[in-house]
Design a protein around this ligand. Sequence first.
Ligand code: PGA
Length: 260
Amino acid sequence: MEIIIQPDHVQASEIAARIVARTVREKPHAVLGLATGNTPLQLYRNLVRMHREDGLDFAGVTSFNLDEYVGIPPAHPSSFHSYMWAQLFSGLNIPKDHINIPDGMTADVPAACRKYEQAIRSAGGIDIQVLGIGTNGHIGFNEPSSSLSSRTRIKTLTEQTRADAAAAFGGEEAVPNHVITMGLGTIMDSRMCLLLAFGKKKARAIAQAVEGPVTAMVPGSILQMHPRTILVVDREAAAELRMADYYLWVNTHKPDWQKY
Ligand code: PGA
């Protein structure tokens, strides 16, 4: 895993945007895997700026979001559909029919999940998957105990995750119990993973995912098995990494051609 520690989330999100932009420039028909939550907000603002000011072109890009709440219509203000349009899609030129988000209102969840997996395959697979991490180590909504080879499916949220999402729904009781999420196997099929984490409340999850054992109890730890994962964290999220000094040293001693 490549570990990039930055002073704050603004500088970290600048690097994350350069990594995504490079993928889009190198491959105009790139397939992006996208995440929601607070973590990628600055990354998305940067991508919108690069589109507007530098002409970064998303016309050929296809996107797949990680997850969506079951029973929440797309137009609901707390749906991930709403989030994605507000934070990213309205500011880019990805064609509407290239945008894929799991359908939380489907009458047949297993069929919709199979169709989602098929759509990812038909698009050629995900080139770069943006990920946040939950305070409990989840990626996507793959909660602790998720199969390390799981595919897109329904999951039941833990109390911790529902508490973390309470603000978006105006209270924990309004947070849905169920979600559709790409599985850990789906995420592992991506050609590159870009994991972002900011703030001290993520320090434990990051330390466990990066330096702890690979275990279904910390779903993000499966990324240790991924051939190309880049982790970009701020200092606070890096606080519990035992080898932080080494990661910082590696980054300052990179040859120029390896820098972002
Ligand atoms: P956050 O959520 O970006 O809002 O912290 C991350 C996650 O739960 O995966």
